[in-house]
Design a binder for this molecule. Sequence first.
Ligand code: ADP
Length: 448
Amino acid sequence: MLRKVLIANRGEIAVRIIAACRELDIRTVAVHSEADRECLHVEMADESVCIGGPYANTSYLNISAVIAAAEITGADAVHPGYGFLAENAHFAEIVRDCGLTFVGPPPEAIRLMGNKSAARAAVSAAGVPILPGSKEPLQGRSEALRLAGEIGYPVILKASAGGGGRGMRLAFDERELRAAFDTARTEAERAFGDPSVYLEKYLERPRHIEFQILADTHGRVVHLGERECSIQRRHQKLLEEAPSVALSPEQRAEMGKAAVAAARAARYVSAGTVEFLLSEDGSYHFMEMNTRIQVEHPVTEMVTGVDLLKEQLRIAAGERMTLPPRKAVPIRGHAIEFRINAEDPDSFAPSPGVVRRLVLPGGPGVRVDTHLYAGYSIPPYYDSLIAKLIVHGKDREEAIVRGRRALDMLRVEGIQTSARLHRRILDDLDFIEGRLDTHFMARYLREG
Ligand code: ADP
């Protein structure tokens, strides 16, 4: 097993990784920026190293500082969490070349899936349905126009190297596509250092359904069911649930099989997520694969009883995953995750500052993953996610009722949070009846 894991991350996910390491008797090293001396992950880890200044590019994204911290402390593995260096193939390669274990997939799999058009081609060759569109990055505007003419409008241009909901441009007709093409390339170059873009059919009212997979070095690849992530604002997920009301057991089995095939096509190892768009007619198409543990992993943990972080650590150590050798992992009940962000629930402007008072809900079926404590000063430099409130019930109805009462019992004073917005979503009739698609929030905010 691993002896000592350096966590190249901060906040709630660093605390979550420390919890998993503790249960496996693995020592932990926290790294932190000068702005994060008081962050909970630093206190909870066995050791800590300051690796740079407040801005992430001088600390959490500074590869040599992270590697130096691992060497100084004698760590034998690095867990990247999500964000920061988690999907940086170059970083994973350096970790490997330094003789350390990367708690994640091989760099080759990160690289393949990080190039969205290459990923499309690879999974399509493995028989996974993809949306009609370009299989290679587009050579020029005329190729884009010709392809769009063939598959029909609307279409979406995406940066091959894109991620985080950025670098996407919609076009409803030829005129819009002409204008969008150059803008998309310029934006892609600026944001990701690579101007290549590809094109696919744009679906008008899809659901975002993603499958959790686990793959070990012994050749076993399993899926752990889906997460419904259609509640998004500007392509950023706000609330996730498992399972999705939209899938029948047959459809779950079929999409799960496709997710496993996608992972196999990338020779994937570790925990990963295969994202699909599900249309109203029940057809589904591969969108991308995320080669990391995700923010929303707890809903899957709640309905499967599998500790994904512990499995990920065991797999990194070369062990077999501990899931019983059955055909499908059983799903029990229903779970919902609310992302609690330090932001104004109306304007969505960030709301950093000091947490004056904190009351976390508990009781049956409630879990909170957070790095908050009363008196903590949330720095303005990082992502606004400060807590994840997760509820589990015997069915969706109970999970919703439990979500309402848990949100009502949550007190975070001194800053603004998105909790109130979640509380309102739980009273929305479309939400209650499970009528969801990726434009739910846009409609909701216009009406509300
Ligand atoms: P990122 O990696 O930047 O998150 P994704 O490819 O995962 O980008 O897309 C993010 C979101 O954009 C999806 O959840 C969905 O809401 C929307 N989206 C992406 N592609 C399409 C498409 N072809 N049709 C409709 N919506 C799309």
